[in-house]
Design a protein around this ligand. Sequence first.
Ligand code: ZN
Length: 294
Amino acid sequence: MPEGDTIFRAARTLHRALAGQVVTRFESALPRLERVEVDSGVTGRTVEKVEARGKWLLIYFTGDLILLTHMLMSGDWHIYRPGEKWKRRAADMRIVIRTEKIDAIAFTVPIAEFHTEASLRRRRVFNQLGPSVLADGHEYDSAEILRRLRSHPELEIGEALLSQSLLAGIGNVYKSEICFACGIHPFRLVGSLSISELSSVVAAARKFLLANVTSTSGDKIVTYTAIRRTTGRTDRDENLWVYRRTGEPCRRCGASIESRKQGLDARTTFWCANCQPLESSAAARPSVRATTAG
Ligand SMILES: [Zn+2]
């Protein structure tokens, strides 16, 4: 499943490419979307903005029309100049939004729906999203995230971090990396964590995700191939602390990285038993900064 930073980058790239542009052609392999084009016309509308909310991507058109998509495991938005060859098979195409300068193509998006502002407010799952870890400065609400986490003391922290109704945007890679950065065993219960431990988890989550959406490309149109990193290194072999490193030595202490499936969805979690003891040691453990470069 893509992490919130992937969706955020996709939304930002699409926003730069599409905002203010008139749709010159809309096409979809999904009959329900195609019918909206036939009945109400997407073509001719202007794209107002594109934004990410958690792992959802929203494209707003003039006239109270919103395209809501979720990529789950396999979906992808690409942008191309007209006539440019697609990097995925035409059979995977689900949506084409063409403007004068840019074609935006969604491939194999499993969830794609048109909404009005009103129907979007009623959309289940979407309207139960917790505050976004990647929200803009003035909208970012760490107190509310903490409140929601603490309302579920029975959850393991590794599970809680993936609960999009508590906080939106974290996926399986960051889940493990955040716990490592904070020296917290991912199987500890939320209720066993001190306020300062829980705060450090939320701060690390925001720090990691923000670090991975920081653009170095200016206004250039880019696709989303950036290497995800939490260690401060961009080298593909050194960019993460524990994720998918089972049996390899911990980058801090050299102990063997462990892994186990966790939660109802049985997503694999990675940790260092030495740096992240299962017993609470909040009093003894100095807080660990999220971006320590090793
Ligand atoms: Zn270690």
